[in-house]
Design a protein around this ligand. Structure first.
Ligand SMILES: *Cc1c(COP(=O)(O)O)cnc(C)c1O
Length: 440
């Protein structure tokens, strides 16, 4: 596999981009879906913003350095990557706060309807934000399993709100079909693009999406707690009014009027003073992703994840039947085939196989592969101790993100080897690996 990996790396059209990121020596970073790597250009840009724009030019920089335009400027750069027009996207606040604003705006646009429909197991903050509005009597939360969502679109549904790429399994929703179904039922649609934006091509306008939000610190490499983004389709920009009516969303913030009047267009989604340091760092990450292009990134991430899966099957961690179908955990453990009477597997080999929790078809998933294992947490910690950084999602998901701008096929071989060793040796059973930190 290592030989094949080296050939693939040699022919990789994105190979030069690894140098544009600071990837720590010896680390295999499979968590770019949680916190993207640091672009090499970011520290210098921040240094410039801090020392020159802030340090020297001080308050003049709101105009002279274009600080005031930064939310719209970064939004306009994200727009083509998610299939939107430049004036339909703005970079601001967190994904959670943007969810609150857009859910509220959508509810107000569907008087007489109160239901916000989503799926159980959606990202917690998305579900909690509906709950918050429900507590104020403004919304009613309804959750339907993904196979039945289209059927749950009753005449009381104001908004269908889903996450395009599932954060745990990586499974993609059919954005076009579900948007159409929601519209046919008279509902609006809000897509959370947190695990899609910057990772795969998204076509908001082709799908006639109404609203969307997404994260800046995942595949856009904007840094920890980077500002998020919000999309409002042009046709709704007059009608969409959000409740966080801060002065930056005012039509004329520097008129200092006593009364609120929303800005025309996407600017009304702003609330308070924009975080310039965060936006400046995000801009560098977005520029880099735009330069590489989401089509090329997605193509490589699919190749990487498929290659990783092959490496795992070859090492017997993930068995594949001749038809290519995945088989259940444990079936590749030789003891089970050899002994006629079922015996408990020896401690060392206990749980030495992983169940794929993501779709096997790479076109049905985002840039990640997830596996189920009852001891996923400890396995993840044992891997991190070997500098192979993936992440764990409660209760039993071991998740690997493939940020293709800085990963090599060789990294897949190495990561799979470490994973096989951790499982075969039972190394993860050391007590130190089962102690949970605050952030998991
Ligand atoms: C990461 C993520 C968020 C994060 O929201 P924050 O406000 O940035 O904490 C929200 N939704 C989804 C689907 C995510 O994956």
């Amino acid at each position: 596999m290592l030989e094949r990996a080296r050939i693939l790396d040699e022919g990789d059209p994105l190979k030069e981009y690894r140098e544009r990121f600071l990837v720590p020596e010896g680390v295999i970073y499979l968590d770019g879906n949680s916190l993207g790597c640091l672009p090499r250009a970011t520290p210098a840009r921040l240094e410039q913003v801090v020392r020159e724009e802030w340090g020297s030019d001080l308050i003049r920089s709101w105009n002279s350095a274009g600080w005031i335009d930064l939310p719209a400027r970064v939004g306009a750069k994200i727009a083509p990557l998610i299939g939107a027009q430049p004036h339909e996207v703005i970079a601001c606040d967190s994904t959670s706060v943007n969810l609150f604003k857009l859910i509220s705006a959508a509810l107000a646009m569907r008087p007489g309807r109160k239901v916000v429909l989503s799926e159980p197991g959606n990202f917690p903050t998305d579900l909690y934000m509906i709950e918050g509005l429900a507590k104020q009597g403004l919304a009613e939360r309804r959750l339907a399993p993904r196979e039945t969502i289209a059927d749950a679109l009753g005449a009381d549904v104001a908004l269908l709100m889903l996450t395009h790429t599932h954060y745990k399994t990586g499974e993609l929703f059919d954005m076009a079909a579900l948007t159409r179904a929601a519209h046919a039922a008279g509902a609006l649609v809000l897509w959370d693009l947190s695990h899609s934006g910057g990772a795969l091509p998204v076509d908001l306008n082709t799908c006639e999406v109404d609203f969307a939000v997404g994260c800046g610190y995942k595949y856009f490499n904007g840094g920890p707690g980077a500002p998020a983004y919000a999309f409002v389709a042009e046709r709704h920009q007059e009608a969409a009014q959000q409740p966080l009516t801060g002065w930056m969303g005012h039509a004329a913030p520097f008129a200092f009027s006593d009364d609120y009047a929303p800005a025309a267009g996407i600017d009304r989604m702003l609330c308070g003073t924009p975080p310039i340091l965060g936006l400046a760092a995000l801009e560098v990450g977005v520029d880099l992703i735009a330069e590489i292009g989401v089509e090329r990134l997605y193509a490589k991430s699919q190749a990487l994840s498929e290659f990783f899966r092959q490496c795992l099957s070859e090492s017997g961690i993930l068995a594949l039947s001749p038809s290519g179908e995945r088989v259940g955990r444990g079936e590749n453990e030789p003891t089970q085939h050899d002994s006629p009477s079922p015996q408990p597997p020896p401690l060392k080999g206990r749980g030495s196989a992983l169940d794929l929790a993501s779709p096997t078809d790479p076109s049905r998933r985002g840039s990640q592969l997830s596996f189920r294992h009852p001891d996923a947490y400890a396995i993840c910690q044992a891997l991190i101790a070997r500098d192979v950084i993936g992440d764990f999602r409660d209760p039993d998901i071991l998740r690997f993100g493939f940020a293709p701008a800085y990963l090599r096929f060789e990294d897949m071989v190495e990561a799979a080897r470490h994973l096989a060793e951790v499982l075969a040796s039972g190394e993860w059973q050391k007590t130190e690996f089962s102690e949970r930190a605050m952030v998991t």
